[in-house]
Write a protein that binds this ligand. Structure first.
Ligand SMILES: Nc1nc2c(ncn2[C@@H]2O[C@H](COP(=O)(O)OP(=O)(O)OP(=O)(O)O)[C@@H](O)[C@H]2O)c(=O)[nH]1
Length: 233
């Protein structure tokens, strides 16, 4: 398979309290639209967008999870396999700021330590802000992730959020490629050689190799996708 037939696909989850602007951010980024109406997300939605970064084609699959508690049980499963995270709160909603730490822990529980951006949305409403700039800076340092202030409404910094995450993932992936290249025995660093279990005929089920896959982004064969349209629930 040729290198140009491969692409990087990254699953990004967007988490945060209800009404902080998660769905709006995804709509803005993938469709270029914004609506003032608030329609609670039920369950999980996703949209995708392809970008070029450092000469690589990167497909970002953006998973929109409901911020409302009542959908908690449904959304939990959808964190699995996520490779990057947007952790959003609203400039005019103190509770959403205070909930950011528990959202981060929730994602960490499911996905481990994945590249994450803390997003302070609705900065067009700074005159009504209930979060001091220093507090937000402090939180981003405490959580160990970059803070990006956005206005989805005014289309400020939305692209920067996703480019930053894609760049982090790409860097991780290249690091893995380097490790692989340097690993002289021809095995991927996360591949463990072993005798596999045998079936009733005494034959090995596969080739005797147990592969531990990391949840990190990998190159995939390009595929034709239905652009921008996939509702799960
Ligand atoms: N002023 C302002 N309003 C915004 C901005 N982003 C989103 N909104 C509004 O905030 C409300 C909530 O936005 P949503 O995108 O539905 O919020 P959500 O986080 O997806 O909410 P849930 O689906 O309940 O989790 C909507 O009325 C949006 O129009 C922004 O940057 N500025």
């Amino acid at each position: 398979m040729r290198e140009e037939d491969l692409e990087v696909a990254i699953k990004v989850v967007i988490v945060g309290n209800g009404a902080v602007g998660k769905s709006s951010m995804i709509q803005r980024y993938c469709k270029g639209t914004f609506t003032k109406d608030y329609k609670k997300t039920i369950g999980v939605d996703f949209l995708e967008r392809q970008i070029e970064l450092d000469g690589e084609e990167v497909r970002l699959m953006l998973w929109d999870t409901a911020g409302q508690e009542e959908f908690d049980a449904i959304t939990k499963a959808y964190y699995r396999g996520a490779q990057a995270c947007v952790l959003a709160f609203s400039t005019v909603d103190r509770d959403s700021f205070e909930a950011a730490t528990s959202w981060k822990m929730k994602v960490e529980d499911e996905c481990g330590d994945i590249p994450t951006v803390l997003v302070q949305n609705k900065v067009d409403l700074l005159d009504q802000s209930v979060v001091d700039p220093e507090e937000a800076d402090l939180l981003s340092r405490a959580l160990g992730c970059r803070l990006i202030r956005t206005s989805v409404k005014e289309d400020v910094n939305v692209n920067a959020v996703f480019r930053h995450l894609a760049a982090c993932c790409l860097q991780e992936m290249r690091q893995q490629d380097d490790d692989y290249a340097m690993n002289g025995n021809g095995l991927h660093p996360l591949t463990i050689s072993a005798f596999g279990p045998t079936n009733q005929n005494g034959k090995s089920h596969q080739n005797g190799t147990i592969i531990l896959r990391s949840g990190k982004p990998r190159r995939h064969r390009k595929r034709n996708v239905l652009k921008n349209a996939c509702r799960i629930l």
